[in-house]
Design a protein around this ligand. Structure first.
Ligand code: BGC
Length: 764
């Protein structure tokens, strides 16, 4: 079956079939969750409620507490504290789950040690950050969100789960669903950007992809929604920093994607490092007990972030570790990640009456429940099959999928005079510190993805595409971030002889991601200086940017002829970029986050409020005493939802089915879209609304629908959306989630600046 699949993909490619066909085929193969559950070899065990209750009745208080203990292996280290001789702790039966241990062989061995020492033979849970792929790496999440294609995201998560599960991993700490409006924060790369509506679609797609339709199949893994909550709103974009926000903003903007994953059946949640309005999330009873486990009825487990409990002492929220542990457990935390606090203190806290047996039991039950759901009590080694691991890792069709998803994630930001796509007959000088890079291209937090020698660089992608590279040169020129000018002259000499220059520039993968906050988000090092030297040659320049966050590209926007935002595009990123530059792929991504003009504008996001003194732009008769900057425009350089294509689209004929709807009625919104350019293309049609007057003020626009459609050159299609009062709800003055009667504007178009406008009323 496997071989037939690969052969078919090859055939499709050789026969020049459209990429879309390959993608649809991959989707059908993997999203069908074709893995059959082989129950025949499994010992029959009792139903979960009975099994777990019986098991717990035999457990001592210590054994229950030890289920809440998680340590990291000596493998990947993702936080300040490491090692802690986790094996000896497992031998003492003191560990319930292990972080960062992978490999079928290694996890089998650790599981064996655990089972030999566990009186009641309770299997360990193995967790690992599988963020945008496991071995086969997909674009960073911010890039995948720019595909505006939830099916593509689901496929990436499905493949990641297939590879990770074959390497002994039961649990990924993903998706990260934090809304982020400030690209100084390095972790914007791990999320889906600034918008809740888009964020919800991406979050749900990830959960479906990781968990599949049945967790007990050995190719599905637990997803973990993180970081609960509002971590993306850290002040000034500085990692781990304070958050202070109203409950209304929290519920309306930051929580919906979390809630959506609960509705989609996610089994685990992770708390965030930050405090919210004075209370660290790790002991935030309101968030964990009242909202998550109460209102949303979440029945899975809650793990802290890495040493999150210990950090409450530094926060000034707990006097010591013991008290921090009590606060966390009482707030509803079930697992202590790496901190050792539950292990060392919880028994004493229980004896002192600071933590009840009921709470320890509840935590233990939630943990045992997911172990049961994964089928670990039936077979603790079901994820530890070396043969399956070998056969599953980096399968050709996975790599093919990584290419297809990458092609969907690239965003064309500028293309003067249709300078792109490149003509293969031109002499092209490829330059820049990332032109031959096979390391950074897969991005930060790329799990076990192979870099050098495996990932495709842009240079390799170009060579793969062109076959004959006689007309192209490749020169690094400068490094990502250094003062070394040695390579500049040679690069300029080659560029002089070219018809066109392609500069492949950007960040190092370690500049974004966790602990990667920056106050300067320009192209780093000498890259801009190098670009201005290239500019003096008078040749057209295409800038390809590889990065983990929106950068400030105002100068580049003025001086470059074309700009392609490639994010960190993953294992096949170089091929995706080359195929796009030469026109075998027509760019179809749209920004999942606004690009600022300069850092002084941050935070910046499209769905802001109007203020009492809105600035109407340069034509505003009143230029002073307006909500504006005197030295820069209010608008971003590139808005949320923006992205060009090699073809052009014309929107027309926006129609509403009525100019009034009642609360139980639906409004149909339709628009015509014509491909007026010279290429077949894809467009993401976006629908925004504005509630003009509310009992509390409403944003100037809110995304309420989108559809990515294929449209052939010359063709016209009609795209329709439905709106009901459900879509118009917000937290009103009394904090009720409701819609209010009144006037609404509708905007439809290809970005958050969409200018086709109509109006309707919501009436009683
Ligand atoms: C990160 C989490 C991650 C955890 C485990 C922490 O530092 O904030 O996102 O899941 O480490 O690696």
């Amino acid at each position: 079956m496997e071989n037939t699949r690969v052969q078919l993909i090859r055939k499709l490619k050789n026969s020049g079939m459209q990429n879309k066909l390959v993608f649809v085929f991959l989707l059908a193969s993997f999203l069908g969750y074709s893995q059959k559950k082989d129950n025949s070899k499994m010992p029959k065990i009792k139903p979960k409620e009975v099994f777990v209750a019986e098991l717990m009745s035999k457990m001592t208080i210590e054994e229950k507490i030890y289920q809440t203990v998680q340590f990291t292996s000596d493998g990947t280290i993702t936080g300040p504290k490491s090692g802690d001789n986790y094996i000896s702790r497992i031998q003492q039966g003191k560990v319930g789950s292990v972080l960062n241990a992978t490999g079928a062989k290694a996890t089998r061995e650790i599981q064996r040690i655990n089972l030999e020492n566990s009186r009641l033979k309770i299997p360990l849970l193995f967790g690992q950050d599988v963020i945008h792929g496991f071995k086969t790496i997909f674009p960073i999440n911010l890039g995948m969100a720019s595909s505006w294609d939830p099916k593509a995201v689901e496929l990436a998560a499905r493949i990641a789960a297939t590879e990770a599960s074959a390497a002994g991993v039961h649990w990924t700490f993903a998706p990260m669903v934090d809304i982020s409006r400030d690209p100084r924060w390095g972790r914007v790369s791990e999320g889906s950007g600034e918008d809740s509506f888009l964020g919800i679609q991406m979050a749900v797609a990830n959960v479906k992809g990781f968990q599949g339709d049945d967790l007990s199949k050995n190719n599905t893994i637990l997803a973990c929604t993180k970081h609960f909550a509002a971590y993306g709103a850290a002040e000034a974009g500085r990692d781990y920093n304070t958050v202070d926000m109203s409950e209304r903003v929290l519920r309306e903007t930051y929580l919906p994607a979390f809630k959506a994953t609960v509705d989609a059946g996610v089994k685990t949640f992770m708390t965030s490092f930050n405090e919210i309005s004075g209370v660290p999330s790790t002991a935030n009873k309101f968030l964990i007990r009242d909202v998550l486990k109460g209102e949303w009825n979440f029945n899975g487990l809650v793990v802290t972030d890495y040493t999150g409990i210990n950090e409450m002492v530094a926060h000034g929220f707990a006097a010591d570790d013991k008290q921090a542990g009590e606060l966390a457990m009482n707030a509803g935390v079930d697992i202590d990640m790496v901190g050792g606090i539950f292990m060392n203190n919880l028994k004493k806290s229980f004896e002192e009456g600071k933590v009840s047996l009921e709470q320890i039991d509840a935590a233990c039950k939630r943990i045992l429940d997911v172990k049961y759901d994964l089928g670990l009590f039936e077979d603790p080694y079901r994820y530890c099959d070396e043969k399956r691991e070998q056969a599953t890792t980096n399968k050709p069709e996975f790599l093919e999928a990584s290419l297809e998803v990458a092609k969907k994630s690239l965003v064309l930001l500028k293309n003067n005079n249709h300078i792109l796509p490149l003509n293969t007959n031109q002499k092209i000088a490829f330059v820049g510190p990332l032109v031959s890079d096979e390391f950074n291209i897969i991005g930060s937090w790329a799990a076990l993805g192979d870099r050098n020698g495996f990932a495709t660089s842009v240079k390799e992608g170009v060579a793969n595409y062109l076959k004959n590279t006689a007309n192209v040169t490749f020169d690094q020129g400068v490094e990502i971030k250094s003062n070394n000018r040695d390579g500049i002259q040679k690069a300029l000499d080659n560029a002089k002889n070219a018809d066109i220059i392609v500069a492949v520039m950007g960040e190092g993968e370690n500049m974004s991601g966790e602990a990667g906050s920056q106050t300067n988000i320009d192209l780093p090092g000498l890259q801009k200086e190098f670009l201005s030297e290239l500019k003096k040659l008078g040749k057209p320049i295409v800038l390809v940017v590889l990065n983990g966050r929106p950068l400030t590209l105002s100068w580049e926007n003025e001086n470059m002829d074309a700009i392609l935002e490639a994010w960190w595009p993953g294992t096949r990123g170089g091929d995706a970029i080359a195929q796009t530059l030469f026109g075998a792929n027509n760019p179809n991504g749209k920004l999942s986050m606004s690009f600022p003009r300069n850092v002084g504008q941050l935070p910046i996001y499209y769905n802001h409020k109007n203020t009492g003194r809105p600035y109407l732009g340069k034509s505003d008769p009143e230029q002073k005493y307006k909500s504006r900057y005197t030295d820069a425009d209010n608008s971003p350089l590139y808005p949320f939802g923006f992205g060009l294509s090699y073809t052009t689209f014309e929107y027309s004929n926006l129609k509403l089915s009525s100019d009034k709807i009642k609360f139980d009625e639906k409004l149909k919104v339709s628009i015509e879209l014509k491909n007026t350019g010279n290429y077949d293309g894809q467009e993401v049609v976006q629908l925004y609304i504005r509630d003009l007057v509310g009992s509390v003020t409403r944003p100037i626009r809110e995304l309420k629908g989108f559809e990515k459609i294929e449209i052939k050159k010359g063709e016209t299609k009609t795209v329709s959306f439905e709106i009901s009062s459900e879509d118009l709800k917000f937290y009103n003055l009394d904090m009720k989630h409701t819609a209010e009667v009144g006037d609404f504007d509708v905007f439809v178009g290809g970005s958050s600046d969409a200018d086709h406008q109509a109006s309707f009323q919501l009436i009683k």
